[in-house]
Design a binder for this molecule. Structure first.
Ligand code: AMP
Length: 279
């Protein structure tokens, strides 16, 4: 397993793989790897000759008040997991290699990136994500890239950006990997105290209850209001709990406007969690 740190080297390696006729699957991560990341990698291994994974905590997607500085960095454990996942190549650039001092470019996104979900609470986020993903794609030249449905709006934004910029990468969405009690796996779950961790599955419970009631024909507005209340009653401070069209992310009034996806973001203490579920 080759750990690469230089942009020139990374580009030469991906060019070489292409020349050999190898297909490349790519999994971008910010490290602190868990089963969710490893599922994306297993899917990538199945679909291409070579698996490239990146580990890069991307500063441009964090606002100054967010957790860039304290984001979990667990490189030694990550390396062991990447070896077990049989990743062929690890792209692990330094911040200074990705963003040299005179760096002055940012991809600007609309469509799913302004749906009024994550963008409402993290207005800097998708510009940072698409800029780094665009760079990563140009550096690694993958045939396909795997993203988790965990970050559902991000998956839609990256899919749109990749098509709009003719990057020629097939984007594959992978279902959410959960803990046994339903909590969606996330690198940020390590922030939770024992007490918060015990409350955290309330998010998934609320999504599941709401999806079940909608399928039973309950009125969407009431179902959403009850779900929001259940999450707040569990001790969360709610950012949003919404029903949206699963593809366009536009608001829906009933299941007839669907396919419908329920999406939630809420803070427990200082930790912000997101989750979503198809109806
Ligand atoms: P991150 O390291 O948090 O930026 O995530 C890297 C990739 O892993 C993204 O495409 C995420 O959507 C995906 N991912 C994170 N958590 C999960 C999960 N629980 N299930 C599936 N994919 C996930």
């Amino acid at each position: 397993m080759n750990v690469v740190k230089g942009v020139t080297e990374m580009k030469a390696l991906s060019r070489g793989l292409k020349r050999e006729g190898k297909t490349i699957a790519f999994v971008p991560t910010m490290g602190a790897l868990h089963e969710g990341h490893l599922t994306l990698m297993a899917e990538g291994k199945k679909r291409a000759d070579v698996l490239v994974a990146s580990v890069f905590v991307n500063p441009t997607q964090f606002a100054p008040h967010e957790d860039f500085g304290s984001y979990p960095r667990t490189w030694k454990a990550d390396l062991a997991k990447l070896a077990a996942a049989k990743a062929d190549l690890i792209w692990r650039p330094d911040v200074s290699a990705m963003y040299p001092q005179d760096f002055a470019t940012r991809i600007s996104t609309e469509g799913p990136a302004v749906a009024g979900l994550e963008d409402r609470f993290r207005p800097h986020f998708f510009g940072g994500v698409t800029t780094v993903v665009g760079k990563l794609f140009i550096q690694c030249r993958p045939d396909l890239a795997l993203f988790g449905q965990k970050d559902y709006q991000q998956l839609k934004v990256v899919t749109r950006m990749t098509a709009d910029l003719d990057l020629g990468v097939k984007i594959i969405g992978v279902p959410i990997v959960r803990e046994r009690d339903g909590l969606a796996m996330s690198s940020r779950n390590v922030y939770l105290s024992n007490e918060q961790r015990a409350l955290a599955p309330a998010l998934y419970r609320a999504l599941k209850d709401a999806a079940g009631r909608l399928r039973n024909g309950d009125h969407l507005e009431a179902v959403i209001a009850d779900g929001a209340r259940a999450i707040e009653d569990a001790g969360f401070s709610l950012d949003y709990f919404e029903a949206r069209h699963a593809e366009t992310l536009s608001p829906v009034g009933s299941l007839k406007d669907g396919p419908v996806r329920l999406l939630v973001a809420a803070k427990i203490g200082a930790t912000r969690l997101i989750d979503n579920l198809g109806v």
